[in-house]
Structures are given as structure tokens and as C-alpha cells.
Design a protein around this ligand. Structure first.
Ligand code: NPQ
Ligand code: MG
Length: 372
């Protein structure tokens, strides 16, 4: 099949206010709703959709919804309008002039991949190189007020079929709740995510995790200190997974070179898009490093992008690719993402995300629109 060339004719930014079903507490704060920006790119009669995954404040990374909007409006969209590409990997050329700001870049880059899939009438997963029809899925559980509340919540998720439980930890909420989970639920697949809540001097405390047989501990130390993770890794049996620190394929290679992590979390937003995510996937495949797809409390649009990338062969561990109802009373896609009792969710087969959008729901939630 010939490759159609697509030209970006128009970009729209749609801002939505979405209440979360439950507050989500991590070591950097509590989230009760999501300030969502979606991008719709129109290319030669097809449309593609992407989601900005930045938080309202600079807690996960320095990007915020506000800062990303400035970058999108002033520096990114003006350079992409009128751009033609015969493959979405060529967008890197237009986006590379922008340093940092990966979530802003990914918003447009992922939308263009979606438009490309739509133009070919193929699924996003297929054009990215996906091989799986279903993705094994875990769930990320926020910090709770008490251990009994945590255990009740986890029981519900295990009943729904989630294949792995990830618990957010911080000093004062770590060994005790994790031990309680082991006592109550036996050898369920369990991991912990600290979102940088510890320091290297906590190494002897963190060694207690080794007795709990976690599949991994995610980002225990500072977001900008990969070298300290390498030192910690030498003192622990529990595999270390990096999230916040891995901002590109190059930084992922450096982290692996020095033994800072044994597992890689791929987030399309943190890495600046699908092309860079595929580069991380290729790197990890070469080195036999397992990877999994993280989550950023996405609406259906970001969720479908995550499922597409998670269908690549190297994603061998359960992802934070949970069902829509984990976060939303009602998602903006119809049908929503659902979990099967076997702990998997289906990778979309339709050509493009647009066909699955619930336009009425989008209109009901919209608090702002801009066209470029
Ligand atoms: C993680 N996500 O893996 C992130 C952290 C996270 C599903 O655990 C607003 C926007 C609030 C993004 C809270 C999960 C957030 C956010 C936490 C991301 O580290
Ligand atoms: Mg994380």
C-alpha cells in the first residue's frame, strides 16, 4: 500500500473538567478531578486525537496544564500547522526544536499517529507495531486513610480481576500496609510506587521491602538522580523500576548502562510521544529489559493510546492500563475501556480514536475550545 502524505490543516484544543470517581492520593498530593486538554488534529479529511497528560501543578514533572498550553499555542502548534508527513515518525523533525516539554509534544505527536492510523483505516496498535489483542492490566491504588480501607479497596479490584496491584507508598505508609496486603491476599502480584518519596539514606529501611516479594519498587528516589538509584539497586533484591527519571530513550539507555533500574515504565506523555516510546521499546527489547505501560489518570483518549503502545511485544508486565471506571463515572469514549475477568483489556481494532468518542459527553464537559 502506498503511504498517503498527510498535511496538518487545523488543530483544536478542547479543555474538559472531569471529576475523578475517588480522590487519588500519592506522595505528592491528592487529586480530586482532572483538568484535561485534548488535541484534535485535522489532516486531509481525517482527524486524530491526543491527550495532554500533565497535571495541574508541577508535581510529577515540571510540566503543568498551563505551561503545556503556552508551549502548544506559542511554540508547537504554529510549527506543525501546514506540516506534511508521509510517516508520523517524521514529526520528530518538527517537534525536536522544542526542548523538554514532552507532554506538550506528545499531545500533538500522538494525535498525528492517530490521524495516520485513521487515514490508513488501520488500528493505532497495528501502525505502532502492536502484536497483542489484549493487554494484561494492573491497578494503581492511592494512599488511603487506614489499612482496613486499603484492604477493602484492593479486595474489590482483585474481585474485578486486576492482574497486579500497585500501591502508592511514602514514609509512614509503606512496610505496614504492604505487609497487611501480603497477610490478607497471599502472593498476589504486588508492587509499590514511591514517586520519589525517599532518599538514599533510607536504603536500610527500604531493604525491608525485600521480604515482601514485590515484583518491583517504582521510582523510590529523586526524579533527577539516576545515579543514586544505581547505588540503591546494589543494596536491594527487589527490582527497581524507573518512571519519572526516564525522560527519553537516551536517558533510559544511560540508566540501564549504570544499573539504575531493572524494569522500565513507559509513559507516552513523559517520553514525548509514540516514536520515542517505540525507541525505548526497541532499546529494552535489545537488552532483554521488561517494560510496562504506566498511566496518568487519562480519559479514554489517552487510555486508548496507552493500550495501543502496550500491545507491542516487549510490554511483558501488567500495565496501569485500567478500565475507564477505575477513574471515571462516565468516560468520554463509548464503549469505555472495560476489564475482563481474566485481568485483560481489549486493544482497540478500529481505525482511529475519533470513531469511539462520545461527542455529546465531550460537549457536556467542555469548558474551553481554541482553534488554530
Ligand atoms: C505514576 N500514575 O505512575 C502516576 C502518578 C500520578 C496511575 O500511578 C494528576 C496527573 C495526578 C497525573 C497523580 C499512577 C497524578 C498524575 C499521580 C500521575 O507515578
Ligand atoms: Mg510512577
Amino acid at each position: 500500500m502506498t503511504r498517503p502524505e498527510l498535511t496538518v490543516e487545523r488543530v483544536e484544543l478542547l479543555r474538559l473538567a472531569m471529576p475523578l470517581r475517588l480522590p487519588f492520593r500519592t506522595s505528592f498530593g491528592t487529586q480530586t478531578h482532572r483538568d484535561v486538554v485534548l488535541a484534535r488534529v485535522q489532516c486531509d479529511g481525517v482527524e486524530g486525537w491526543g491527550e495532554l497528560v500533565a497535571g495541574e501543578g508541577p508535581w510529577y514533572s515540571e510540566e503543568t496544564v498551563g505551561s503545556a498550553l503556552v508551549v502548544l499555542r506559542e511554540h508547537l502548534i504554529p510549527h506543525v500547522i501546514g506540516a506534511s508527513f508521509s510517516h508520523p515518525t517524521q514529526l520528530a523533525g518538527y517537534l525536536a526544536r522544542i526542548r523538554g516539554n514532552p507532554m506538550a509534544r506528545a499531545t500533538i505527536e500522538t494525535a498525528c499517529w492517530d490521524a495516520w492510523a485513521a487515514a490508513r483505516g488501520e488500528s493505532l496498535a497495528h501502525v505502532l507495531g502492536g502484536v497483542r489483542e489484549r493487554v494484561v492490566t494492573g491497578v494503581s491504588v492511592g494512599i488511603q486513610d487506614s489499612v482496613p480501607e486499603l484492604l477493602d479497596l484492593i479486595e474489590g479490584y482483585l474481585d474485578q480481576g486486576y492482574a497486579r496491584i500497585k500501591v502508592k507508598i511514602e514514609p509512614g505508609w509503606d512496610i505496614q500496609p504492604l505487609t497487611a496486603i501480603r497477610e490478607r491476599f497471599g502472593e498476589v502480584s504486588l508492587m509499590a510506587d514511591a514517586n520519589s518519596a525517599y532518599r538514599l539514606k533510607d536504603a536500610s529501611w527500604l531493604q525491608q521491602l525485600d521480604g515482601l516479594h514485590l515484583t518491583m519498587v517504582e521510582q523510590p528516589l529523586a526524579h533527577d538522580d539516576v545515579a543514586e538509584h544505581a547505588l540503591l539497586a546494589r543494596q536491594m533484591k527487589t527490582p527497581i523500576c524507573l518512571d519519572e527519571s526516564l525522560r527519553s530513550a537516551a536517558l533510559t539507555r544511560h540508566a540501564l548502562d549504570i544499573g539504575a533500574c531493572q524494569v522500565v515504565n513507559v509513559k507516552v506523555g513523559r517520553l514525548g510521544g509514540h516514536s520515542e516510546s517505540r525507541a525505548v521499546h526497541r532499546l529494552c527489547a535489545e537488552r532483554g529489559v521488561p517494560l510496562w505501560c504506566g498511566g496518568m489518570l487519562e480519559t479514554g483518549v489517552g487510555r486508548l493510546h496507552n493500550l495501543a503502545i502496550a500491545s507491542l511485544p516487549g510490554f511483558t508486565l501488567p500495565g496501569d492500563t485500567s478500565a475507564s471506571e477505575r477513574y471515571w463515572e462516565r468516560d468520554i469514549i463509548d464503549p469505555p475501556v472495560t476489564l475482563e475477568a481474566d485481568g485483560t483489556v481489549a486493544v482497540p481494532t478500529a481505525g482511529g480514536i475519533a470513531t469511539r468518542l462520545d461527542r455529546e459527553r465531550l460537549d457536556a464537559l467542555a469548558v474551553g475550545r481554541e482553534s488554530f
